[in-house]
Design a protein around this ligand. Structure first.
Ligand SMILES: [Zn+2]
Length: 176
């Protein structure tokens, strides 16, 4: 039975309890007509650089990926435009205001192992103002030279590594 990964574990209708029918990209309920599609949740994130080309990373305070490095950004709210999400998340997580530059691309991933599917939209950015103060969900903020990033194993999400590789960044060696 081919079924979308995100919905593979769904057995019964969350609305009426009837057994669901699984299709390639969705599940449907033969009783009440509910249809759920396995669309990824969009996020908006920033590759923030300073005048020296250093990259701003955040160490995550919670799971998934607690204690691991991440780029700054987050999930879009309903009715929000991606750049609104980006500016809101940066303000909430760091206290910083952004000057947003080029769109860098969208990279599919999951939010943690076996977690919901995401598509992660990235923009380049610089700091335009504000005062840096990590929020509750950020354990630490730090600037890294782009050829001296932490090792790949110290990052929370594969899409972050992919984006940083595309941007020409280099990672440190993991300690063994
Ligand atoms: Zn139903």
């Amino acid at each position: 039975m081919a079924t979308a990964a995100q919905l593979a574990g769904w057995r019964s209708c969350p609305r009426c309890g009837t057994a669901l029918e699984h299709g390639d990209r969705s599940v449907s309920c033969p009783s009440c007509g509910l249809e759920e599609y396995a669309n990824p949740a969009p996020t908006a994130s920033a590759l923030v650089r300073d005048d020296d080309g250093r990259i701003l990373l955040a160490r995550r305070a919670g799971d998934p990926g607690k204690g691991l490095w991440d780029l700054l950004g987050g999930f879009m709210d309903e009715g929000e435009e991606p750049l609104e999400t980006l500016r809101r998340e940066l303000r909430e997580e760091t206290g910083l205001e952004l000057e947003v530059g080029d769109f860098l691309g969208g990279i599919p991933d999951t939010y943690g192992d076996g977690g919901p599917a995401t598509v992660n939209l990235y923009w380049s950015a610089t700091v335009a103002g504000g005062e840096s103060r990590p929020a509750d969900d950020v354990a630490e903020l730090a600037w890294f030279p782009q050829d001296e990033l932490p090792p790949r194993d110290d990052f929370a999400f594969a899409n972050t590594i992919e984006l940083l590789e595309r941007a020409g960044a280099a990672f440190g060696e993991a300690e063994r």
